[in-house]
Design a protein around this ligand. Structure first.
Ligand code: SAH
Ligand code: SF4
Length: 438
């Protein structure tokens, strides 16, 4: 989501007459996009500004410094007291007004701040040159969150859910197709809570929920590959799997964060589902017409999590056989309901649970990844591998990283690769002889 926001900010700024500098050391304006989901992420921006202040030569003059994103929205005015070098603060819905905030700071107005709502009729369009990749595009379909899980800061930093009208999304994807993009990721805090104010773009499309209709509408654009993240378990309707079954370009991957395997902890987190509700969604995903890769997020050490609660999580992970797992140690976020609970799982215990879950997942993943050896998979070649200059890298339709030796002329194409080796978090292979590059 932050990458998408940065692309949007760059598009707006370029339209306002700014150019992106080659490096942060020569820029006249520095804008930091921030995350506040865990304490560590929120502190990062201030460390980074301290560092830049220490390395920038005073000869090129002091840059205008602004911060945008979740830390900006939550801390507001307090940011200026925290770090006096900051000239402006732009909240999560102020992207459209960054140009004028810079101008005001330039004109000498101190402590410039905008925590307002989105401008009326603000466009979502991102210029192809600002995209993080020329092959894969992030397309926000919903922003904000109404769920208020007790540990989470997102509803406060990003505000209430707002869905984009489907016709606008579909139009953007047609444009991406024309510009040569091969893959789109429909993104949002909870994509399957998608509920636009108007049916425009969904009329006449079958589907049990607005999101499953949108999936079908996007699939019909004919774009090569469509991925979507994140799905919220309570809103995960079986029609999503039906839509995937109907359309080959809806990729073989579902990210469905469970957070905990203990019903007691799920209630304390106010997630709105039990472990058996969650498992019934997983069963539906496993019954899909083609194998879908399932990944999840888990928080360890939520306040009050006992050894037996944690064992429930281990059992659930064993049961679900995830292809990937993001594990987070609980981080207290000021102002959330959970911050009023005692953070009573010690740091050592959180660490021990993190390691134990990681080790269980490593075994599961190693078995799953090894099962791909000898299989043919389709890979979108995204670039040269950072690890070896002879190798290319890309993702499979089931969203696994796959590296293989190949010529850079294949970058941007979809090729068939036979998997020859399984590593911890990636696969290795070679192009199938005579595979047409699409
Ligand atoms: N909307 C998604 C998650 C978005 S936040 C969902 O509900 O599933 C991304 C992940 O950050 C969450 O899934 C959660 O695992 C983690 N996270 C959020 N708040 C956290 C906190 N206070 N401490 C630790 N991890 C947290
Ligand atoms: Fe946070 Fe819960 Fe919303 Fe996800 S659903 S963003 S965890 S409040």
């Amino acid at each position: 989501m932050n990458v998408a926001d940065t692309e949007r900010a760059a598009t707006k700024l370029r339209a306002a007459g700014y150019d992106l500098a080659e490096s942060e050391s020569e820029a006249d304006v520095l804008i930091f996009n921030t995350c506040s989901v865990r304490a560590k992420a929120a502190q990062k921006v201030f460390h980074r500004i301290e560092y830049l202040k220490s390395v920038r030569s005073s000869k090129i003059g002091r840059p205008i410094i602004g911060i945008m994103g979740c830390v900006a929205q939550l801390e507001g005015e307090a940011v200026f007291d925290h770090e006096s070098a900051i000239d402006f603060v732009a909240g999560t819905r102020a992207t459209d007004r960054l140009g004028s905030l810079i101008e005001r700071a330039r004109d000498g107005e101190g402590r410039v701040i905008d925590l307002g709502e989105r401008s009326e009729g603000e466009g979502w369009n991102v210029s192809p040159v600002e995209r993080h990749s020329p092959h894969v595009a992030f397309v926000p379909i919903i922003e904000g969150c109404n769920k208020f899980c007790t540990y989470c800061i997102v509803p406060y930093s990003r505000g209430r859910e707002r869905s984009r009208v489907a016709s606008d999304i579909v139009r953007e994807i047609h444009g991406l197709l024309e510009s040569g993009f091969k893959e789109v990721h429909l993104i949002g805090q909870n994509v399957n809570s998608y509920r636009p104010k108007s049916e425009e773009g969904l009329l006449g499309i079958k589907g049990a929920t607005p999101f499953s209709k949108l999936l079908r509408a996007v699939a019909r654009t004919g774009i090569e590959r469509i991925k979507f993240t994140t799905s919220f378990p309570r809103d995960f309707h079986e029609d999503i799997v039906a839509a995937i079954d109907e359309h080959d370009n809806l990729c073989n991957w579902v990210h469905l964060p469970v957070q905990s395997g203990s019903d007691r902890i799920l209630r304390r987190m106010r997630r709105g589902y039990s472990s058996s509700d969650y498992l019934s969604r997983v069963q539906c995903i496993k019954r899909a017409g083609r194998p879908l890769s399932l990944t999840t997020d888990i928080i360890v050490g939520f306040p009050g999590e006992s050894t037996s609660d944690f064992e429930d999580t281990l059992r659930l992970v064993e049961n679900c056989q995830y292809h990937g797992l993001y594990i987070f140690k609980y981080s207290e976020r000021p102002g959330t309901p959970a911050s009023r609970l005692q953070d009573d799982v010690s740091r050592e215990e959180k660490r021990a649970r993190f390691l134990s879950l990681e080790s269980l997942q490593r075994n599961i993943q190693s078995r799953i990844y090894s099962g791909y050896i000898g299989e043919k998979v389709k890979v979108l070649v995204e670039g040269e591998s950072a690890k070896s200059e002879n190798d290319l890298t890309g993702h499979t339709t089931c969203h696994k990283v796959l590296n293989f030796p190949g010529d850079s002329s294949l970058v941007g194409k979809i090729v068939e690769v036979i998997v020859t080796e399984a590593k911890v978090n990636s696969l290795y292979g070679r192009v199938v002889d005579g595979s047409p590059a699409l």
